[in-house]
Design a protein around this ligand. Structure first.
Ligand code: NI
Length: 226
């Protein structure tokens, strides 16, 4: 009998995902679920760890468009993002307006954070052009980098207001199924707005997913979404 139980346990353990497997496909299908993607730009920063705590407590996933100037300073934060199922994308090395650069310089800017992201174990398929500034040259540079260009549909201008209540109110007023919400994890006011935002979106029945979970196979190198 003891041996049988051991065998059954061994079989169970074999199919239970390991910690590393936590990054594997989740059981969320945005064709049926009411999905929303929260995206966090310009970090990582000293506030990002707190944000990761909040997301983790809520079982929410986010997408982080990080700047190369910051990625080298926070390798452990990047690893934690990957381990906890968040998505990472390039937001360039220096937060450059890519439309003002040559094709070669735009490509180098886009590639800036990539080594740090790959060192953290991230599989990167997304970039976000700073200021949302893009054109056909930027599109070709993103394609060469193998990354889709991801813009947004909800922008509370959290960098401007720096008021948690206003940020939360604006996000909640405009977010609907399929929204891609742009906020910044370099502002403590934005991180402080997230408990309310996350709790209320969940109460409304939304699944907080990564951009790749939301957009699925629409993500292709060079394409601009949404
Ligand atoms: Ni930015």
């Amino acid at each position: 009998m003891g041996k049988l139980i051991t065998l059954v346990l061994a079989a169970l353990i074999a199919v239970v995902p390991t910690a590393a497997g936590a990054q594997a496909k989740r059981l969320v299908d945005c064709a049926t679920a009411r999905c929303v993607a929260l995206t966090f730009d310009d970090g990582p920063s000293k506030y990002t760890g707190k944000l990761l705590d909040l997301l983790d407590e809520a079982g929410a996933k986010g997408t982080f468009f990080v700047v190369g100037q910051n990625t080298a300073r926070y390798p452990e934060v990047l690893k934690r993002m990957v381990a906890e199922g968040h998505e990472l994308g390039s937001h360039t090395q220096n937060h450059a307006n890519l439309t003002r650069l040559s094709a070669e310089k735009a490509f180098k800017e886009i590639m800036g954070p990539m080594a740090d992201l790959q060192a953290a174990g991230a599989a990167v398929t997304l970039m976000r052009p700073p200021y949302g500034a893009t054109n056909s040259t930027v599109g070709r540079a993103a394609k060469r980098a193998g990354l889709a260009q991801i813009l947004w549909t909800v922008d509370p201008e959290d960098w401007r207001v720096r008021d948690s209540a206003v940020v939360a109110r604006r996000v909640l007023a405009h977010t609907q199924r399929g929204s891609i919400v742009l906020v910044h994890d370099i502002h403590p006011t934005t991180v402080a707005a997230m408990p309310k935002v996350i709790a209320e979106l969940k109460r409304r029945g939304y699944e907080l997913v990564t951009v790749s979970e939301l957009l699925g196979d629409r993500i292709k190198p060079g394409v601009r979404l949404p």
